[in-house]
Structure formats: structure tokens, C-alpha cells
Design a protein around this ligand. Structure first.
Ligand SMILES: [Cu+2]
Length: 172
């Protein structure tokens, strides 16, 4: 009896821990990612600001069109897709309800353009923190992406801007 119980507990602990590990390393969509995310980041803002934006380069890895319909994150009450438009030298943001992404197409979410507006911050965020964003696609498909909180100037730099002042002089 004692041995049977011990075996039972061993089995339980074995399966529980293995399923827990499985849950940790597998996203809800399964094994195949729908999109590839590069340079994903969230703009760092002063603590008194509870609103910011998320940017990324998103590639449709599938052979079908994907329709991005929204996003959510535990770090903010709401995440909305916006497009910044310029009219008469004024910038304003227009909500984007759906974004159709063709097979293999790369879409850029970037400052002064398409972005995710993150509204009503739920927790303090500092440079270097990670924000988990769940992308929601039509057909109940989701993908979780990790975005790093960064200062804006850092992320908008082109590789050339990292060169030393000397190289500017020699490049005239
Ligand atoms: Cu916006």
C-alpha cells in the first residue's frame, strides 16, 4: 500500500511538472508561429504617463493572408491599433479595426505611422522591462510576442548614427 501510494505521488509529480513545463514553453497557438516579430519595443514614458505605444516589424510566416484584429496585454487595460495620419501639418491617430497581411508580407509598426496604442498602464514600466503582447488574428488565432521597453531615441537610431564624430568628418 505504501509503495503504491509512493508510486502514485511520483507519477503525479512527474506528470504535473512535465505538463507545467510544456505549458511554459508552448504558446496557445501551437508549435507553428504565425508571424515573425523583429525589433519589437514599447516606448518608455515618464511614470506619470499611463499611455504609450508599441512598435515592431511583423512578418506573416504563413501561406495565407492573416487579418490582425487587435491585441491585448496584462500591462495595459487596452491595446488598440492606430495609424498616425498627417493633415495640414497636424498629426492625428486613426483607429485601425483590421489589418490584412498577405502571405510573407512584412508590416512595419513604427513611430509616426502604424502602432499599437497601449492605454491605461496597469503596472510601473521601466527601460529594459518586457511587455507581453497577445496579437489577435481573425479565426481565433493568437500569438504572444515579447516587447522590450526602450527609450525612443535609442530605437529610432539608424546604424549609421552610432558611428563616432570622426567618421562624420571623414564622410563630408
Ligand atoms: Cu495611437
Amino acid at each position: 500500500m505504501y509503495n503504491k501510494l509512493t508510486l502514485f505521488f511520483l507519477l503525479v509529480s512527474y506528470f504535473c511538472s512535465s505538463s507545467w513545463l510544456y505549458a511554459e514553453t508552448t504558446s496557445p497557438v501551437g508549435d507553428t508561429p504565425l508571424v515573425q516579430i523583429e525589433n519589437g519595443w514599447v516606448r518608455a514614458v515618464p511614470p506619470q504617463l499611463t499611455l504609450t505605444a508599441a512598435y515592431m516589424q511583423l512578418k506573416n510566416l504563413t501561406q495565407q493572408k492573416l487579418i490582425l484584429v487587435g491585441a491585448s496585454t496584462p500591462a495595459f487595460a487596452k491595446a488598440e491599433m492606430h495609424q498616425t495620419v498627417f493633415e495640414d501639418n497636424m498629426a492625428r491617430m486613426v483607429p485601425v479595426e483590421k489589418l490584412v497581411i498577405s502571405p510573407q508580407e512584412v508590416v512595419m509598426f513604427k513611430p509616426k505611422s502604424l502602432h499599437f496604442m497601449l492605454i491605461d498602464r496597469q503596472q510601473p514600466l521601466q527601460v529594459g522591462d518586457t511587455v507581453t503582447l497577445t496579437l489577435q488574428f481573425e479565426g481565433n488565432k493568437t500569438q504572444i510576442v515579447k516587447l522590450e521597453v526602450k527609450e525612443n531615441n535609442e530605437a529610432e537610431d539608424t546604424p549609421h548614427q552610432h558611428s563616432s564624430p570622426d567618421s562624420h568628418d571623414s564622410a563630408k
